[in-house]
Design a protein around this ligand. Structure first.
Ligand code: SF4
Ligand code: SF4
Length: 381
């Protein structure tokens, strides 16, 4: 049987338009009664990467959140929501993202994403232990609401990557140190997703993020909402909309190979609006094959010559220190010069494991990824 992905056109975040589109998409994928039962505790896993306003398109938009929440509240489910941000506290992040007022109005609680419990996942291939947020463990099920965005390490962040925020606080950073290679990191994300098994995925691609994502890129209208129970099929379809080969995205490739879902076009049934009508080949995303990053001595030598480096655009830097706080490497691979907070931080590329947490979390889009010279030359020839 094919995996079904629903595509529904939605040209703005105007609430009534979003409500209609969300309702249509959920019907196309089986109807709300297919995903929740009366009195079940369901957590909406929104994307709250960092405290940014909705217009920056970093987080799940409030209109999408509201439309989805209302449908499942009306279905009789006890809805909560949450995420563990890359930086900052969940409530403050949700407030800035415009979700808290809606939640108060709908009587929806912010689930506990601050504390968690260790779980053992026997069938995990890369990782068997996770510290999962209590809000997730105490629910009967999860509905995932990712945002269509680019990503420095994994090229694209979608359904599978969205569950990374179910791991609490700094435990996320530990994975970057343990698994600096994008493929290994993707294997862990696939394990995590297979443990949590969201019931449904609804991707906010109305205004996506291109370029220097997942926080510092530019908003890009794609005018689409995507719905599926297969996260691989949904992510692959989103990739096709931005003209990115899904096989170049480690999470999609690994999840497909390990049976989480399929990225094959022949095995995906598109329902709703026509896929072709959304394709945007101008979308700015890295379409080159993956660059490997490893943590051994030889690989560090190669990293410095082959793998893109994070680089600070000094004219944009406000010296806030977020990049330093985000760096998971012991002793920090980006730091103040002699502790001087009035100067732009500098990198120690020999220490840097290329996890791109600093680029991901910089609030000023001041960190970009630069190809080392040898890669630039090899692209010419
Ligand atoms: S996070 Fe960005 S703005 Fe803040 S110090 Fe680092 S580079 Fe500068
Ligand atoms: S400097 Fe940036 S890319 Fe390098 S290890 Fe630290 S956070 Fe990761």
């Amino acid at each position: 049987m094919k995996s079904k992905v629903a595509l529904v056109r939605c040209n703005s975040y105007e609430l009534n338009e979003v409500k209609q589109a969300v309702s249509k998409g959920i019907e196309l994928i089986g109807g709300p009664e297919n995903f929740v039962k009366q009195s079940e505790k369901i957590v909406l896993k929104v994307n709250l990467l960092a405290a940014d306003v909705p217009e920056k398109c970093v987080t799940t938009h409030p209109s999408v959140f509201r439309a989805v929440a209302e449908i499942f509240v009306n279905e009789g489910a006890i809805i909560s929501y949450g995420d563990s941000p890359g930086f900052g506290a969940p409530y403050a992040t949700a407030k800035k993202a415009g979700l808290t007022d809606i939640a108060d109005e709908l009587n929806i609680e912010l689930a506990d994403f601050k504390e968690g419990k260790e779980v053992f996942f026997e069938t995990g291939k890369q990782n068997k232990k996770f510290l999962i947020a209590n809000g997730v463990l105490e629910s009967d099920g999860l509905i995932s609401l990712p945002k269509l965005k680019t990503h420095g390490l994994e090229k694209f962040t979608g359904c599978i990557k969205n569950q990374f925020g179910c791991i609490v606080g700094m435990r996320k950073a530990e994975f970057h140190v343990k698994l600096p290679d994008a493929t290994d990191f993707a294997k862990m994300l696939v394990d995590l997703n297979n443990y949590i098994k969201p019931r449904l995925y609804i991707m906010d691609g109305i205004i996506a993020m291109e370029g220097n994502g997942p926080r510092g890129g530019n908003p890009k209208p794609m005018n689409v909402l995507l719905f599926s129970t297969d996260p691989v099929a949904l992510d692959a379809t989103a990739c096709r909309l931005i003209d990115l080969n899904p096989a170049l995205v480690p999470t999609t490739l690994i999840a497909s190979e390990t049976g989480t879902g399929t990225y094959s076009e022949a095995e995906i049934e598109i329902v709703g609006d026509e896929l072709k009508s959304f394709i945007n080949s101008d979308f700015v995303v890295d379409r080159t094959p993956l660059k490997k990053a490893k943590n051994s001595k030889i690989s560090k030598f190669l990293n410095n010559r082959l793998v893109p480096k994070p680089f600070i655009l000094s004219e944009k830097c406000t010296k806030c220190g977020t990049c330093i706080n985000s760096c998971p490497v012991e002793g920090k691979a980006v730091n103040w010069i002699d502790g001087n907070h009035s100067k732009v931080p500098v990198y120690n590329y020999d220490k840097c494991i290329r996890c791109y947490c600093c680029q991901e979390m910089c609030p000023e889009s001041a960190i970009i990824l630069r190809d080392p010279l040898i890669r630039k030359v090899s692209k010419i020839f």
